[in-house]
Design a protein around this ligand. Structure first.
Ligand code: F6P
Length: 437
């Protein structure tokens, strides 16, 4: 099996550990391993025809010595022009070029030291082109051209939805590519597509790829995917926020101030809720459960006033970036600050943590989880048949799980639908089946 791994959407700590686990797990199982740079965008762009053949990297059991060999992709991406390859023009020192190459074969040593690296070394993007039928056709073409028959996608719900669409469309994409082959044995899309850099595949290659195996891993700091307890990167982001609250707590107490903290999470309140509980916040706003009262200002002020009366010298209010009231009107940090200042007379500051929540080295759990899930993804792909669904690899009650990707995507969508329909209890119980009022 030829297996490729890509990271997509917003980066999250632990994505490099995913790539490492898939590459090394794949090699140990006898697979040929590849990475796709820049997410789905790299899949669409594929590889320019190489003028000189790339040397094949060593694979297990011929492990290279413990040195940074000339196939060290980490070195390549970090120190070469490789990290700025959006336009495919980068080059690199050390004998191996990534110029014009988005789908790159990798070996054991290429992912050495990736455990502790933040972000994603193979790059990520939110690809607009992949959302178009032409883009997906190009992506199918590029995978087939390299002979890749299995794909691991690590990303958030949007990226996994993309994976789901891709797999569902795969037979028709292959049929389309076959029809492009015309009467000859070569398929030439150059004339027929706007994506004119596409090279050639043969009818035989297209026919041999009637099925694409896909496994999804959830990499997102938001922890917003259904049917899994935790997403890769969420624990690290939570740690970052807790540290920030601890830091703010001391200065807030010194001046007897109030702080309003906005945290990430898109439409999900997990980061805000858990950080608020862990950091001893006074009031928390999350999208799934707006304040019971409408308007909510009195409710918040009563809570905070009570805390002040029992002797608290500081006030912390956490707002999830997607928070809103019961009428879906966004709740903004500056407005909350004004309410605290005007109604309670508190000296109030706003802190937006921004991307400090997302970057940096993964915590231990964000190394273990992607490793276990990456290995499980390889196993799931090895065992996949045309009849098995694409799996999302999750974790439930401390066990690594496989759930049909299509179901997880649909259930995640239904949380957003419930919020839009103002069915907040339903949204909460979809997020957490144990939820009780
Ligand atoms: O999905 C991850 C996330 O960090 C969200 O929490 C946030 O809304 C968004 O990405 C920010 O995206 P960007 O990095 O494109 O500004």
């Amino acid at each position: 099996m030829k297996i490729a791994v890509l990271t997509s959407g917003g980066d999250s700590a632990g994505m490099n550990a995913v790539v490492r686990a898939v590459v090394r797990g794949g090699i140990l199982k006898g697979c040929e391993t590849w990475v796709v740079r820049e997410g789905y965008e790299g899949l669409v762009r594929g590889n320019l025809e190489a003028s000189t053949p790339e040397p094949a990297p060593p694979t297990f059991p011929d492990l290279p010595p413990e040195t940074d060999g000339d196939v060290n992709l980490l070195h390549n991406l970090r120190f070469g022009d490789g990290q700025l390859l959006k336009d495919g023009t980068g080059d690199y020192i050390g004998g191996r070029t990534l110029k014009g190459r988005y789908i790159v074969r990798v070996g054991w040593d290429d992912v050495k030291g990736w455990f502790s690296e933040g972000g994603t070394l193979i790059g990520s993007a939110r690809s607009k082109t992949f959302r178009t039928p032409e883009g997906r056709l190009a992506a199918a073409h590029n995978l087939i051209k390299e002979g890749i028959d299995a794909l691991v996608v690590c990303g958030g719900d949007g990226s996994l939805t993309g994976a789901d669409v891709f797999r569902a469309e795969w037979p028709s994409l292959v049929a389309q590519l076959l029809s492009e082959c015309g009467s000859g044995s070569k398929c030439d899309l150059i004339a027929s597509s706007r994506l004119c850099w596409i090279a050639k595949i043969t009818r035989e290659q297209a026919t041999a790829h009637a099925h694409l195996k896909i496994a999804g891993l959830v990499g997102s700091i938001d922890n917003d995917m259904s049917m899994t307890d935790l997403t890769i990167g969420a624990p690290t982001a939570l740690h970052r926020i807790c540290e920030a609250i601890d830091n703010i707590n001391s200065t807030a107490a010194s001046h007897s101030r109030a702080f309003v903290l906005e945290v990430m999470g898109r439409h999900c309140g997990w980061l805000a809720l858990l950080a608020g509980v862990s950091g001893g916040a006074d009031f928390i706003f999350i999208p799934e459960r707006p304040p019971a009262a409408d308007p909510w200002e009195d409710e918040m002020c009563e809570h905070i006033q009570r805390h002040r009366e029992v002797g608290k010298r500081k006030t912390i209010v956490i707002i999830a970036e997607g928070a809103h009231d019961r009428n879906l009107k966004p709740i903004k940090a500056d407005y909350v600050k004004d309410v605290l200042t005007d109604r309670l007379g508190l000296d109030t500051r706003v802190t937006t943590l921004g991307h400090t929540q997302r970057g940096g080295s993964p915590c231990a759990f964000d190394r273990i989880l992607p490793t276990l899930q990456g290995l499980e993804a390889v196993n799931a792909l090895m065992e996949a048949t045309p009849d098995t669904p694409s799996y999302m690899i999750g974790i439930q009650e401390n066990k690594i799980t496989r759930v049909p990707l299509v179901e997880a995507v649909a259930m995640t969508r239904s949380v957003a639908d419930a919020i839009e329909a103002k069915q907040f209890d339903k949204a909460m119980s979809l997020r957490d089946p144990e939820f009780r009022e």
